[in-house]
Design a protein around this ligand. Structure first.
Ligand SMILES: NC(=O)C1=CN([C@@H]2O[C@H](COP(=O)(O)OP(=O)(O)OC[C@H]3O[C@@H](n4cnc5c(N)ncnc54)[C@H](O)[C@@H]3O)[C@@H](O)[C@H]2O)C=CC1
Ligand SMILES: O=C(O)CCC(=O)C(=O)O
Length: 431
């Protein structure tokens, strides 16, 4: 039985991401007639941590930095999710992203809950040593709010293996001798050689590619010669493009935080990566590509769009310009509810974020197991196991969408929520 009172009033914040994820959740919860008590629990986050901490800058001044960690739900296991360093990080963004993590880990069948956090900074304004001090002070300030069996961060926008190595080192240094050497699984996405696992660097992008391939197989489509564009050419955007190109697909447009480029004959992925590395992280002025207007990017004539940057990029304002037949959500929350309605009406398929980019957290799970069990996994094993989990997830979502007559996002949410509902009911707390 569904009653109105258990749908919390949704506050439209600046980015609207909380409103977005709650609408997605409530739509699926209605579809499966979710136990009302469990809906109440899942509608809110368990813990919201905001920390203001001082950091000494290179010039000797002290700056007060604000960091966040939101833990949404841990019914299935420890909290899990990335840390983002970006000016848009705030409590609402962290809440929405934490909720998506709960659905993502549940859908993938992992023994984790969902969390997310970050620091509200533009990392480009800080030196490497300042970023190291910011990261270490944040870790220290978080204290036992994170932990290898409690809440396990990972990389997200503007954080990477180096950031994770600083966190692991700082966290372990606060522990006693026996824990100090064994607690490296407090974070995943570490450098290989410091407890990281081979393949975690590419696992999100590889997962994006695999889900696109599985979608294409369902439609008897070959990816060879198909054109695609990517928003965001960082970890996810680069690796997704790399694997798409290997399959014979053609990258024709890229947008990042600085520029939008278009080249109908095709952009060489490796060459673009070298250009970006030597060009302060920007695709601007790449070879003989054409610069295009930011607002025209999603309207590029192509078969597939991979948003792999920030949330709320495809909205009611621009969804109608899209010509592609598929949106594969490498980013979290790139399509808002209004945008999605337009796309579905126009016959555009969407592989939802909690499925499409779940390769990252699945790779993280393997790293966590590797550290916890004192093992060493190798690339081929990681890729093989990753593909197996993704294939199972994709099939369950695809079959559910067909059987129940719902879109793929609603199918993914229903499956994710049902797994958590079952766990609560099995514990006997909820009639
Ligand atoms: N790194 C990971 O393993 C995972 C990341 N994700 C999601 O994928 C997305 C990208 O993450 P990463 O590749 O790790 O970040 P990243 O920091 O490596 O790259 C971000 C890219 O997005 C671009 N970008 C930033 N703001 C933009 C804007 N306003 N318009 C266009 N482009 C913009 C940047 O220039 C950069 O190219 C995020 O939504 C993240 O939450 C999801 C699952 C796992
Ligand atoms: O690898 C992880 O633990 C989480 C990565 C992440 O933040 C995400 O999937 O959005």
């Amino acid at each position: 039985m569904i009653t109105k009172d258990i749908k919390l009033p949704v506050k439209k914040n600046e980015t609207g991401m909380v409103a977005n994820v709650l609408e997605q959740f409530n739509k699926a919860a209605d579809h499966i007639d979710l136990n009302p008590n469990i809906r109440r629990i899942l509608n809110v986050t368990n813990n919201e941590i905001i920390i203001h901490f001082p950091v000494k800058m290179d010039n000797g001044d002290v700056e007060i930095i604000t960091g966040y960690r939101v833990q949404h739900n841990n019914a299935l296991g420890p909290y899990k999710g990335g840390l983002r360093y970006h000016e848009t990080v705030d409590i609402d963004a962290a809440k929405a992203l934490a909720m998506w993590m709960t659905w993502k880990t549940s859908l993938a069948g992992l023994p984790y809950g969902g969390a997310k956090g970050g620091i509200k900074i533009n990392p480009k304004l800080y030196s490497q040593s300042e970023l190291e001090r910011i990261t270490r002070r944040f870790t220290y300030a978080l204290g036992d709010n994170i932990g290898p069996e409690h809440d396990i961060p990972a990389p997200d926008v503007n954080t990477n293996a180096q950031t994770m190595a600083w966190i692991a080192d700082t966290y372990m240094s606060t522990k006693g001798p026996s824990e100090r050497s064994t607690y490296q699984h407090v974070v995943t996405g570490k450098p290989v050689g410091s407890g990281g696992i081979e393949g975690r660097d590419r696992s999100t992008g590889y997962g994006v590619f695999i889900t696109i391939k599985l979608w294409a197989e369902q439609r008897n489509i070959s990816l060879k010669g198909k054109t695609f564009i990517v928003q965001g050419f960082g970890n996810v955007g680069y690796w997704a493009s790399y694997f798409m190109e290997q399959e014979g697909a053609i990258l024709v447009g890229v947008q990042d935080a600085f520029a939008s480029i278009y080249k109908p004959e095709g952009i060489d992925v490796k060459q673009l990566q070298v250009h970006v590395t030597n060009n302060e992280g920007s695709v601007n002025n790449f070879a003989d590509s054409n610069a295009i207007e930011k607002a025209d990017f999603f309207g590029i004539d192509c078969d597939i769009i991979i948003p792999a940057a920030l949330g709320n990029q495809i909205t009611g304002d621009n969804a109608h310009i899209i010509k592609a037949k598929l949106i594969a959500e490498g980013a979290n929350g790139p399509t808002n509810v209004e945008g999605e309605q337009i796309l579905l009406q126009n016959g555009v398929d969407i592989i939802p974020d909690i499925l499409c980019n779940s390769g990252g957290v699945i790779g993280s799970y393997f790293e966590w197991l590797q550290n916890r069990n004192g093992e060493l996994w190798h690339m081929d094993e990681v890729i093989l196991k990753l593909e197996k989990v993704l294939k199972e997830s994709f099939k369950r979502v695809y079959d559910y969408a067909i059987t129940e007559g719902v879109d793929m996002r609603t199918a993914a949410f229903c499956l994710a929520i049902q797994r958590i509902e079952k766990a609560y009911i099995q514990r006997g707390i909820f009639p």
